[in-house]
Design a binder for this molecule. Structure first.
Ligand SMILES: Cc1cc2nc3c(=O)[nH]c(=O)nc-3n(C[C@H](O)[C@H](O)[C@H](O)COP(=O)(O)OP(=O)(O)OC[C@H]3O[C@@H](n4cnc5c(N)ncnc54)[C@H](O)[C@@H]3O)c2cc1C
Length: 330
């Protein structure tokens, strides 16, 4: 057991976790950084995101989150404040509890740590559509970004293309409407993949007005070239072929909130962690940044902004404590 009480621990090594760590180290606060095990990273957006086209200066990276993060972490390990940076490479956190005003963290090798403040950045993952009970068939297209998940990141891919939205919720219907309105998509279909549509009355009206075809049958096959990610069509169980060059998946998100729950933090109805504007959860000292946090855009720049707010809020408390000790002559 490491008996020292660290000031800050950051859990998660994606957009939010790396920014929170960078900000804390540069604020001169000693920081433990747990980026996650290889398995944590494989199931995260950090690893999954490829080209980032909606942000300046990212086009040169094949993996728009992972590669710039690696560069920044390498720099942090060499910078003048490197003594504050404790990088627990390939380690995740398996338990997080607050006892006697201090957080107790257990890492994936069973080592224990104590920390006054925690910034939790474990993120989310998008739910994948199943074809014959497996997500295997969609993955090559997700890897080449002909299957997309985020309107703000990749909506522009649909311009001039035949587009299919996969999903049955009213959010899926709205994904189709936004793409249609924004990019004047010539042909648009919604595949509910065997689920009953949950569209509102207004959505049903818009579906008709926008000539969007809705198919409820399960997807039986994806036609295309998985090696290069070229998508041609979805074949449904009834034999119908739905021509598709780009598909958007709108099936919701898996929220990685296990540690937040264990620590007792309050969640919203979808499982995101509720916080104040600085990112502090209902557990004092437990901050949350990035996609895991409720009521924010799920984007890289929001992850950065929320991470900076949390690290700066912690630094402000630590500085205030120092100032008060100084004023009291301690
Ligand atoms: C296909 C796709 C494309 C996207 N493209 C863009 C884009 O172009 N532009 C944009 O702005 N946004 C994009 N996004 C959104 C962006 O990926 C997310 O908003 C961003 O990754 C959120 O950062 P995060 O740090 O909250 O989570 P993530 O980046 O998902 O990072 C989560 C981290 O938590 C770690 N972790 C998980 N569990 C544990 C644990 N127990 N212990 C320690 N660590 C743990 C993981 O290893 C990982 O490092 C895209 C999303 C998807 C799905």
């Amino acid at each position: 057991m490491d008996d020292k009480v660290y000031n800050v621990s950051v859990i998660g090594g994606g957009s939010a976790g790396v920014m929170a760590t960078m900000r804390s180290v540069l604020n001169n606060d000693e920081t433990l950084f747990f980026p996650g095990t290889p398995a944590d990273r494989r199931r995260s957006r950090e690893r999954w995101v490829k080209k980032v086209e909606n942000m300046p200066a990212h086009l040169k990276y094949d993996r728009g989150i992972e590669h710039p993060n690696q560069e920044s972490l390498a720099w942090l390990s060499e910078c003048s404040l490197k003594h504050n940076f404790h990088w627990k490479k390939d380690l995740g956190v398996t338990s997080l509890k607050k006892e006697d005003e201090v957080f107790h963290l257990t890492d994936s090798e069973g080592e224990l740590y104590k920390s006054r403040f925690v910034i939790l950045c474990t993120g989310v993952m998008d739910v994948q559509p199943k074809v014959n009970d497996s997500i295997r068939d969609i993955l090559p297209y997700a890897n080449k970004q002909t299957a997309d998940y985020c309107l703000r990141c990749d909506g522009h891919h649909v311009y001039g293309k035949e587009v299919t939205v996969i999903g049955h919720s009213n959010i899926a219907a709205w994904t189709a409407f936004i793409l249609k309105e924004r990019y004047n998509v010539p042909n648009m279909a919604i595949l509910t993949n065997g689920e009953k549509p949950e569209f509102s009355e207004e959505s049903n009206k818009l579906i008709k007005l926008y000539n969007i075809d809705v198919y409820e049958e399960p997807i039986q096959q994806i036609l295309g070239d998985p090696k290069v990610g070229e998508l041609e069509a979805f074949i449904l169980c009834c034999g119908t072929t739905v021509p598709t060059e780009i598909c958007f998946v709108s099936l919701g998100m898996l929220v990685y909130n296990e540690l937040a729950k264990e620590a007792g933090a309050e969640l919203d109805e979808r499982g995101f962690v509720l916080t104040n504007e600085k990112g502090e959860s209902s557990i004092s000292g437990l901050y949350v940044a990035g996609d895991l946090r409720a009521n924010i855009k799920k984007q890289i720049y929001t992850a950065w902004d929320t991470a900076v707010d949390s690290a700066d809020a912690i630094n402000s408390i630590l500085r205030k404590e120092k100032r008060e000790r100084l004023l009291q002559g301690l």
